[in-house]
Write a protein that binds this ligand. Structure first.
Ligand code: VG1
Ligand code: CO
Length: 547
């Protein structure tokens, strides 16, 4: 009989979850007791007094398949058994995309789940790993819970594990681990069924049969099996529609971030007059998406706006939307759609965890972030393939090109010209200093070039459902015409600091909608660089990534 052991440990500093869980280098996670401490801190926080809450409960477990995924899963399984869980549901091979995990947590009414992912960060022995706990509603733990986990991690002195052999993760079925049951399940089936309930699969199937051509770049990450099953098998897209579809531990040395820089294979495939009609990519853990037409890029903010404006074409949303939520740095394009539909538009801090209460309360149906995240109330995570299927549904119903649909949207609503500039790997102290400098500025009424500052602040958010307050969520400089520049430091990186600068201007004039955002926003980009003293403080004259 496998024996429960209590192992003495001492805390590590800095196990503080960022925007989306705890992310560190694999080498950090692989240190003795590092992962164990964090997992025990999670179990202690959600387990209540003496872990009593955990007894008899089911946990969902899986990850994006990156290096260290299987090792971490074995560790967590043994700890879950020792801590009293009745059952853990693990995706076969340890695979579970983030939205599929959220789907399964909700469908089987489990006591939440643990998702192993560093999302779009590279994978491999010298790269990144990550872990987060999602609550029974299916979404990322809210700040109150992540703070409790962090506080626990600072005082932890022991953890519980089971002395037992590793569990077979590759065969479907149920097996015992001590007194606990491990259920290895098909990670795709429940998710595919949910997608089929939301979108018009027969219309999409007819569109493919009628000649619609697409490419989907899984970037050697977790969405490969999901996309192959749904797009090629269930919807009849041509074989080879899914590129880079086999999940690899190091993502083929790639950077599984679906943007114009990292999804270059896809961008190339969608260029030229013989290119397919539609292109899409997803990230490491399957929650992000990039949408392309032939020779056409759709910004994530516009994608949310266009999908919201066309939502009723999708059977799952035929009755209309209750509201649209976007993160603060996301462009206001979705707000214009909400205004026209007469439904509320919500503005939250960055990170999907802030959408959970709005979705649970039925105040919002669609949500999105400028960082290639789109989703709805069908789960409590952003969902890459959901966005791709929503676009396919709209394309099948409207029978127009991606470019025509977006251009018509701009003509109707005006264009929120938008860009994000990232300065990656800058010195952390310099980054903090830059933010402090911006925080100290008082700009109201100041003229900067052709713009007059309406106000500047550090975004603070009061959750309209539970009243919780989150401060210091990004510096905004908003001009009288509604244009703005926003500055934030990334909370997902593992090396130095990343400064994100978000630039937006509203352009009502359709004759200017075709302009490259870098050109149309040039004066605001300069204002942002000057205000933040980027060159003097970071030594950088140009951003590392522009999206
Ligand atoms: C980034 C994005 C944010 C997103 C987060 C997690 O955070 O900006 O919008 O929610 O990543 O996405 P940050 O703090 O680096 O700006 V994922 O796909 O990495 O879980
Ligand atoms: Co992700």
């Amino acid at each position: 009989m496998a024996a429960v052991k209590t192992i003495a440990t001492t805390p590590f500093s800095g196990q503080k979850p960022g925007t989306s869980g705890l992310r560190k280098k694999v080498k950090v996670f692989a240190q003795p007791n590092y992962l164990e401490n964090f997992v025990q801190a999670v179990f202690d926080s959600i387990g209540g007094e003496s872990g009593g809450q955990i007894a008899g409960k089911t946990l969902v477990l899986g990850g994006d398949g990156r290096y260290h995924n299987r090792t971490a899963i074995q560790t967590i399984l043994k700890m879950a058994a020792a801590n009293g869980f009745a059952r853990v549901m693990v995706g076969r091979g340890g695979i579970l995309s983030t939205p599929a995990a959220s789907c399964v947590i909700r469908k089987y009414k489990t006591f939440g789940g643990i998702i192993l992912s560093a999302s779009h960060n590279p994978g491999g022995p010298d790269e990144d790993f990550g872990i987060k706990y999602n609550i029974p509603a299916g979404g990322p733990a809210p700040e109150a819970i992540t703070e409790a986990i962090y506080a626990r991690s600072l005082v932890i002195d022991s953890y519980k594990t089971l002395e037992a052999a590793d569990v077979d993760l590759d065969t479907l079925g149920t097996r015992a681990l001590g007194g606990m049951e491990v259920q290895v399940f098909d990670p795709v089936a429940d998710y595919a069924e949910l997608m089929e309930s939301l979108f018009d699969f027969s219309a999409i199937r007819a569109a493919f049969a009628g000649g619609l051509r697409m490419k989907f770049d899984a970037m050697h990450a977790v969405t490969g099996p999901y996309a192959t099953e749904i797009l090629e098998r269930r919807l009849g897209a041509a074989a080879g529609t899914v590129m880079n579809g086999t999940p690899l531990e190091d993502f083929g040395h790639g950077h599984p971030d679906p943007n114009l820089v990292h999804a270059h294979d896809l961008v190339e495939a969608l260029t030229g007059k013989d290119a397919p009609d539609f292109g899409a990519a997803s990230d490491g853990d399957g929650d992000r998406n990039m949408i392309l037409g032939r020779d056409f890029y759709v910004t994530p903010s516009d994608s949310l706006a266009v999908l919201a404006a066309n939502a009723t074409l999708c059977p799952g949303y035929a009755k209309g939307l209750k509201g649209i939520a976007r993160s603060m740095p996301t462009s206001a394009a979705p707000d214009r759609v909400a205004a026209k539909l007469g439904i509320p538009a919500w503005e939250t801090p960055t990170g999907w965890k802030f959408f959970g209460t709005l979705l649970d309360a039925g105040k919002a149906t669609f949500c999105g972030e400028e960082s290639f995240g789109t989703g709805s109330d069908h789960v409590r995570e952003k969902d890459g393939l959901w966005a791709v299927l929503a676009w396919l549904n709209v394309l099948a119903a409207r029978r127009q090109s991606v470019a025509d649909i977006v251009t018509a949207h701009w003509t109707e609503y005006g264009r929120n010209v938008y860009s994000r500039h990232d300065y990656e790997g800058i010195d952390s102290a310099a980054a903090e200093g830059l933010m402090e400098h911006l925080r100290g500025l008082s700009l109201k009424g100041r003229k900067l070039g052709a713009y007059t500052v309406a106000f500047n602040d550090d975004f603070a958010y009061t959750d309209p459902v539970d009243g919780s307050v989150s401060k210091k969520q990004g510096i905004r400089v908003v001009f009288e015409d509604g244009s703005r520049v926003v500055f934030r430091l990334s909370g997902t990186g593992t090396e130095g600091a990343t400064l994100r600068v978000y630039i937006e201007r509203y352009e009502p004039d359709a004759s200017k909608h075709h302009l490259d955002p870098q050109v149309a926003l040039a004066d605001l980009i300069k204002i942002a660089r000057d205000l933040a003293e980027i060159k003097a403080r970071t030594g950088r004259t140009e951003p590392t990534v522009i999206t």
